[in-house]
Ligand binder design. Sequence first.
Ligand code: G6P
Length: 613
Amino acid sequence: MCGIVGYIGNKQAYPILIKGLHRLEYRGYDSAGIALLDDDTNLHVYKTQGKVANLEAFCKDKNISGTIGIAHTRWATHGEPNDVNAHPHYSQSENLALIHNGIIENYITLKQMLIDKGYTFVSQTDTEVLVQFVEYVKNENNLSLYEAVHQALTQVVGAYAIAVIEKGNPNVLIAARKGSPLIIGIGEDDFFLGSDASPIVEYTKDVIYLEEESIVQITRGQKDIVIKNLDNVDLKQNIQKIQIDLSEIEKGGFPHFMLKEIFEQPKSLLMCMNGRVERQNVVLSGIRENIEKFRNTNRIIITACGTSWHAGIIGKYLFESFCKIPVQIEVASEFRYRHPVVRKSDILIAISQSGETADTIAAMELAKKQGTFIYGICNVVGSSVARLTDSGTYTHAGPEIGVASTKAFTTQVAVLTMMALTIGKELGTIDDATYHRISKELSQIPQKIESILSHAERIEKVSKVFTYARNFMYLGRGYNYAVALEGALKLKEISYIHAEGYPAAEMKHGPIALVDEDMPIVVIAPKFGIYDKIVSNVQELKARNGRIIAIVSEGDDRIAKIADYSIEIPDVEECLTPLLTVIPLQLLSYYIATAKGRDVDQPRNLAKSVTVE
Ligand code: G6P
């Protein structure tokens, strides 16, 4: 949800900023812009609607030079995506330029106050209000840029990561964060800013993950950075090493990040299980250390958004089966606002790939106020979710860049499975034989995914048949109900085909009315307990001329006979089937979307990380 890049040093800033914007484009691509101070310390802003490539084309014949600059890629919140609303925004005098990720909630009050003082506005954004307000505070009180940003922010309500530069002040870059992420990279003689580590990793591995409510002054040529909180108290500079490699954030020969990430799943699951699943046992230190909390709780609440919420539904089924603890699964945006009953004795599990989803963070804060123990499942090391938890497990999927989540989902499900097995074993709610059998099968999942991926061509062929469709239905039961939701979400996100996921048996309570010869229905039906009932569901659909694509177990001879197309997955324990059944659905969405010419890595209106409500 908006990406921020910044540079100050002795290199030319423009190429670094543009490259950084490309790396952060997954966060929003409504517009992009750049502000630099040239060698005469004049301030220039270049910005255009649309993707970073448009900005590059716009800047191509311009003579852009300068060694300090800031850049932004936008996911619009206030004001439509156009050139004027694009960041950076100038202040009234055009002495300041500012970029912002977040929302200034009291911008209307501030704007009115500034209008009364004679300020005029060109955009509809809350960000322009902020830069004007900083300038107003600066001029009124004759302050330095740092002091002005600090004073202004004490009067701002909302969430922000910002960076500001000033005409005639080429040695100072100011940044601040509250609620939105911001990282400083420390180079040899230069400094970098990024919403995440991807624009920085090529230049340095030393970074500072800024604390909440930090304000920073970076001064050219000075090793020490000033970092204070809103109360003007010095914060310590905790320099950490970035854990990602450049190769992980590049496409590696695949046409899209999404396809790369789908094919990466065997590897990401190996990394996720590395040192955790061994010799038919699972060792999850975050759980072992806190096992008494799980022994003594009456309830687990799982909260998340989007794909992570789908993983959470599978978590509920796993925990209730193997740990015998009641589990409530909650969409974070609903949970945080509906006055839920949360007790100190509950355990809240928050799941988030990015670790920056605003609603998930708010749900965690709500539970934290009650003293609830919070366990996190998160991919991004050092993210806000990771920092808010009492304990947790990283998924170690590696950076996920495609906006539609794929490897994050399978690694989250793997972590939830490892958690359920560890808790079940410790509490004695799972018998030894089942525990060892599932642990062993879990360790074999990467090979089984490889074997599904090796038949990707067949899925591509099937996908070609269905590019005509305007609607899709996805049906699953038990563990695969959540996979039906996830399959439908993937298709919606990247192909813009309307799709609904339903529990297979619920279909006859409404959705079956939609079925006719034009309706493709994806049925997820591995051979387990209620398989017979799914066979009946499929027959009901076929009787109404529905076109069935079935995901079935190897050697299935019943559904495969009724379905128009069937895709096999290797045999596996029932509770592990989502890790396999989701793979063909990811591929199906990908191939349908690419056949329709969609931009799968950057689908319209979406952003990878939703840091606003
Ligand atoms: C956005 C992304 C989804 C993701 C959801 C939750 O909507 O487009 O792919 O599942 O946010 O994100 P999180 O980072 O918290 O898992």
